[in-house]
Design a protein around this ligand. Sequence first.
Ligand code: MLT
Length: 234
Amino acid sequence: MKTVEVCLTPDLIQHFNLKGKVVIVVDIFRATSCIVTGLAYGVNAIYPVATVEECKNFKKKGMIIAGERGGEKVAGFDVGNSPYEYMNDEFQSKDIAVTTTNGTQAILKSIGADQILIGAFLNLRAMADFILDSNKNIIIHCAGWKGMVNIEDTLFAGALINEIKATHQPSGDSAFMAGDLYHFHHMDLLHAAHNSSHAKRLAAFGIEKDLDFCMEMSLYSIIPSYQDKKITLL
Ligand code: MLT
């Protein structure tokens, strides 16, 4: 059996040994859901960057720039952080640079792993199938919110653990906790996710439709992978 660990927030990632592992980064609300949607709709590559300034530098090179701070689109950016904004024919075969409060930071903090993949409920089945065949130890890296644990990313971790139990056993208390949280809520994940603090934050902006979309299961059979500073399809 291989192992699956769960890092509940990027502030804990320094305690994990990334070497030799596949890291799956997840930020259900909404960064990794946007990345999966964008690539599913034909975006060529997504460049995750840490700061608003770095993103603006990509704009100077003619690239589309996307992202948020505090859940709201950054002033002067082309795109915010809604998966619906990525369903845009004009983005087909284009490159997009993106910076978000937590999701892009979690991706960058995963550097050092053998492979970095981007997960969401939107590609859960494809991700599970890939891991079942991979024969690699994995870490699910939850983006959380500003160093805090969140419900929706932990639910995803539990759901993925459940899907890969034939080949991967949970390792560490956070993996068991994620599994337990998922089993407690699996009959109504949407309701559980709507109770999360970030869902309430986003609902205050009137964007509940984003939340419902991000909780859709396995709409896309794609695996986005981060390598050489960009995310492309595996
Ligand atoms: C993040 O990376 O923190 C998020 O995706 C925030 C958001 O919902 O826009």
